[in-house]
Design a protein around this ligand. Structure first.
Ligand code: FDA
Length: 497
């Protein structure tokens, strides 16, 4: 008898029957390292010491994705899906544990089609947010979409985990503005809203990537913006009153009208107040004078522009152009560590003073603080899996970068210590975190009998999803009971006894 063929060779043999060979990369192929590295954004996960995929599949249509799932199931090879590769822990292309898996990389599927009359668009998961924004604006200067700030983020991961940016107070998160999807499920079946269960449709819009199948494309509602928006950036050092200003902002920021979003980027001894207003300087300045006079904002701070220009402006600064939205070759690939928090009670002023001491310690990172209130807080917690709603004052993201592999000790220690220091001042039971700011320190799934356990998932899952976690797990139990689509933080299936 012939020697048995290893499963992975069967898998490849299965793939080549359905998918053109030029779309498949085996680990041994010369192009493999380049294709793998293309959208790795966190250099911590690029070294060959990470557990890498055996194959990368770059489908050009939904049937290729379906075939990849069918072959993967038949030959026991798992799939991880990658859209923009921005996952903070790299789980779209690496495994923490030894595992044989392939990556379905959607970078060749990035069509965006806009229907101005209906105010909707279909966008493929592999598009980056900048491509979506650019195409919307090309079709209409007064329509927009509320997703992430950084233009190279993938639509697939961003929408799957919620997705918010400078329009969050006006229009909430990306996922709640999704009206239809095309998803390949764990059986390789292509579903849309009309053919999937209501729970499945609920879960893919904010329940986190990977768990509920491969989302091929999303139909979204486009939302009105005025022809002119106004952006300002006002840095204040501690000597210039940063402590008092941040202390005041935490109450003012979440209570402003929904047309105005002022976030803070705190680094070193400085708090940068970054505002976007859906209107002109003429109405913004009196509003600021009445609501937040201490900041000293005036007409000289105003940068008026169409909404679309505000995206590269906020991300890259004054010199940025619309073409930066389309640039997929981002060369900024630091080593990075991220954590997040939600704040419901104002942080005492004395603590803000201490925070600015933390921000100048060795290994210090930065804090990005997004005010909630208005639309994002008005949606009921159970309406989508994203549960950070009523009562949230602001979200904190702790970001830490370093630029050589050996330089991680101090920043990693700072992140840990800072997170511990903040514990008394942030949400409790559970201490909440934003799913798209993935943090593996919150917990990892344990796999028993080849299925991720509910108990292990609950530990990190309730931090991201609060009371929605159980419904997500029950839904997972219905759509993927064998836990085919999984990673270290995928939703485990909860099966009815
Ligand atoms: P990636 O491809 O790595 O996927 C992330 C996760 O989703 C993985 O588990 C993956 O398997 C899964 N997934 C991807 N595509 C899928 C698909 N089609 N179907 C099913 N599952 C899929 N967030 C935010 O809300 N607002 C912001 O302003 C920012 N800013 C920001 C800046 C920078 C520089 C980074 C690196 C990240 C952010 N983020 C963010 C976080 C970002 O939203 C988050 O990392 C997203 O998951 C990234 O989506 P990608 O498709 O790029 O990642």
């Amino acid at each position: 008898a012939a020697a048995p063929v290893p499963a992975k060779e069967d898998f490849f043999g299965c793939l080549v029957k359905a998918i053109p060979a030029r779309l498949l990369y085996a680990k041994s192929s010369p192009a493999f390292p380049t294709v793998l590295a293309q959208t790795i954004r966190n250099s911590r996960w690029s070294s060959p010491q990470n557990v890498q995929p055996l194959y990368i599949i770059t489908p050009t249509n939904a049937s290729h994705i379906q075939s990849a799932v069918v072959c993967g199931r038949r030959h026991a090879v798992r799939l991880r899906v990658r859209s923009g590769g921005h996952d903070y822990e790299g789980l779209s292309y690496r495994s923490e544990r030894p595992e044989e898996f392939a990556v379905v990389d959607l970078n060749k599927m990035r069509a965006v089609s806009v229907d101005v009359k209906a105010r909707t668009a279909w966008v493929d998961s592999g598009a980056q947010l900048g491509e979506l924004y650019y195409t919307i604006a090309k079709n209409s200067p007064v329509l927009a979409f509320p997703a992430g700030v950084c233009p190279t983020i993938g639509v697939g991961g961003n929408f799957a985990g919620g997705g918010f940016g400078m329009l969050l107070r006006k229009y909430g998160i990306a996922a709640e503005n999704v009206i239809d999807v095309k998803v390949v499920d764990a059986n390789g079946t292509l579903l849309d809203k009309s053919s999937m269960s209501a729970d499945h449709f609920w879960a893919v819009r904010g329940g986190g990537g990977e768990s509920f199948g491969i989302v091929v494309s999303w139909q979204v509602n486009l939302l009105p913006v005025p022809p002119t928006v106004t952006v300002f950036q006002i840095p204040k050092t501690v000597r210039e009153g940063a402590v008092e200003l941040v202390n005041k902002w935490q109450l003012v920021g979440p209570a402003l009208p929904d047309d105005l979003m002022i976030r803070i980027i705190a680094f070193g001894d400085t708090a940068k107040f970054e505002g976007m207003y859906l209107g002109t300087c003429k109405t913004l300045t009196p509003l600021m004078t009445s609501k937040f006079p201490e900041l000293g904002m005036n007409a000289s701070h105003c940068n008026e522009m169409p909404w679309i220009k505000s995206v590269p402006f906020i991300h890259l600064g004054k010199q940025a152009t619309l073409f930066d939205l389309l640039n997929r070759n981002n060369t900024f690939k630091p080593f990075a560590e991220y954590k997040s928090d939600y704040v419901y009670q104002p942080v005492p002023k004395t603590v803000w003073a201490q925070i600015f001491v933390w921000l100048v310690k060795p290994g210090a990172g930065i804090m990005i603080m997004d005010p909630y209130g208005a639309a994002i807080s008005a949606t009921p917690e159970a309406a989508t899996p994203f549960p950070h709603r009523m009562g949230v004052l602001f979200n904190i993201q702790y970001v830490n970068y370093w630029f050589d592999e050996a330089g991680g000790a101090a920043p990693l220690q700072w992140s840990k210590d800072m997170y511990r220091f903040m514990e008394p001042y942030v949400s409790k039971n559970p201490r909440q975190a934003y799913a798209n700011y993935r943090d593996i320190d919150l917990g990892r799934n344990e796999v028993v009998n080849d299925v991720s356990t509910y108990a292990s998932g609950k530990v990190w899952g309730e931090k991201y999803f609060k009371g929605n976690f159980q419904r997500l797990a029950i839904t997972k139990g219905k759509v993927d009971p064998q836990d085919y689509f999984r990673n270290e933080q995928s939703i485990p299936p909860l099966l009815a006894k």
